[in-house]
Design a protein around this ligand. Structure first.
Ligand code: C2E
Ligand code: CA
Ligand code: CA
Length: 360
């Protein structure tokens, strides 16, 4: 037998049989005392299953190639006993990789074209003061109108935009458009204190250029940064190293941050502990049932107390019924948002709120 290699500390000792399930053998001899960490096939299998579909496709192409090469080798060594197919049954499985990878790549191409062809637009949903019912600001919500897919909801494409980094150019467009639009509303309504809430994904905050972009829009529109609230989720802690730095630098410039979907993540308290934000948005799964379900009631009450003692603004999302608004008002929750007050809609239609209601 021949010597394959001599390994040093930290080197991986790999045997293809772990992946393709075919019989092969090699012998390892320790030249000095060493500690082995075994990676077994199940561990690899689990990791492949959670991979991005495009990466799964690439791995499956590689594995198929390796398997085919092996088949030729074992045919040449005829008489080895076991049938090849029996062996490869135990190989790592690559589930549905082709279809979902294809769909994802197509969606990415369409998104890229969507940017060029300006298929995106922003809708705005009012955020009201629950004590007075007056509108205090708007949340910008992204919409994509694709020529053949139709109106694609953000849940269907934001993830793909993040994975492909297309969220960076889309995010820059959102920033400029939303701030342009709130300035327009200031002018039309003479309410110069209306704020704008903008959703920012952690992938955007991990871009070294993000802070520059925030400086740029501030100059371009001479907006008071206090009126711009950037909504982030707990995912800021699962992204790269510069996210927290971006947040801190923006806060120093005066931009406000809201912790979105509060209560739905696995580490809400840790997030509050490690991140300085200005506001919390209670997720609508709790708000929705707050008057009917004792558990939701307890959770919303606890979050309200928490926000008050941490001196944070509180926004309740997804208010659909007057009874919910009344309940939250009684609890002392400051701001509310939901279909009861208004659905997300194009900018021009937002003017109608100010004609019929008394805004302050
Ligand atoms: P989100 O930030 O939690 O936005 C609130 C979502 O709740 C919006 O869905 C809104 O239409 C919906 N909503 C508001 N009031 C009610 C209500 O009373 N009842 C019910 N059932 N729903 C209500 P939408 O517009 O489909 O957005 C979904 C998610 O997509 C957003 O959740 C946000 O995570 C993401 N998203 C939207 N726009 C952007 C954006 O510009 N940038 C980024 N990065 N993400 C965005
Ligand atoms: Ca949001
Ligand atoms: Ca939310």
């Amino acid at each position: 037998s021949s010597l394959l290699s001599v390994l040093g500390p930290g080197d991986l000792f790999g045997e293809m049989a772990v992946i393709d399930g075919l019989l092969r053998s090699a012998t390892a001899t320790a030249l000095e005392n060493c500690e082995l960490t075994v990676i077994n096939r199940d561990q690899l299998q689990q990791r492949i299953e959670v991979l991005d579909p495009v990466m799964r496709l690439l791995i499956s192409v590689l594995l198929t190639k390796i398997r085919n090469n092996n088949r030729i080798v074992s045919c040449q060594n005829a008489g080895s006993g076991m049938a090849n197919d029996e062996l490869s049954n135990s190989a790592i499985r690559i589930p549905d990789s082709f279809k979902s990878a294809q769909e994802q790549l197509k969606l990415e191409q369409d998104l890229l074209e969507g940017i060029e062809k300006k298929e995106f637009l922003l809708n705005y949903q009012p955020i009201v003061d629950l004590q007075t019912n007056s509108i205090k600001g708007f949340e910008a919500l992204l919409r994509w109108i694709h020529p053949s897919r139709g109106l694609v909801p953000p849940d269907k494409f934001i993830d793909v935009a993040e994975q492909s980094s297309l969220i960076i150019p889309i995010g820059i467009w959102i920033l400029h458009q939303a701030i342009h639009d709130i300035k327009w509303l200031h002018k039309k309504t003479s309410l110069n204190n209306l704020f704008i809430s903008i959703n920012v994904s952690s992938r955007q905050l991990d871009d070294p250029n993000f802070v520059n972009e925030m400086i740029k829009v501030q100059k371009k529109f001479s907006i008071n940064p206090n009126l711009v609230k950037l909504e982030v989720t707990e995912r800021v802690f699962h992204e790269g190293p510069i996210v927290l730095d971006s947040i801190n630098r923006c806060r120093q410039m005066g931009y406000a941050f809201s912790l979105d979907d509060f209560g739905t993540g696995y580490a809400s308290m840790t997030t509050l502990f490690n991140l300085t934000v200005d506001a919390i948005k209670i997720d609508r799964i709790f708000v929705n049932k707050v008057t009917k379900d004792p558990k939701s009631m307890a959770i919303v009450q606890a979050i309200t107390t928490l926000a008050r003692s941490m001196n944070l603004h509180l926004v309740a999302e997804g208010i659909e019924e007057a009874s919910t608004a009344a309940f939250l008002k009684n609890l002392g929750c400051q701001h509310g948002q939901g279909y009861l007050f208004g659905r997300p809609q194009p900018l021009e239609q937002c003017l109608s709120y100010f004609k019929k209601s008394s805004a302050a």
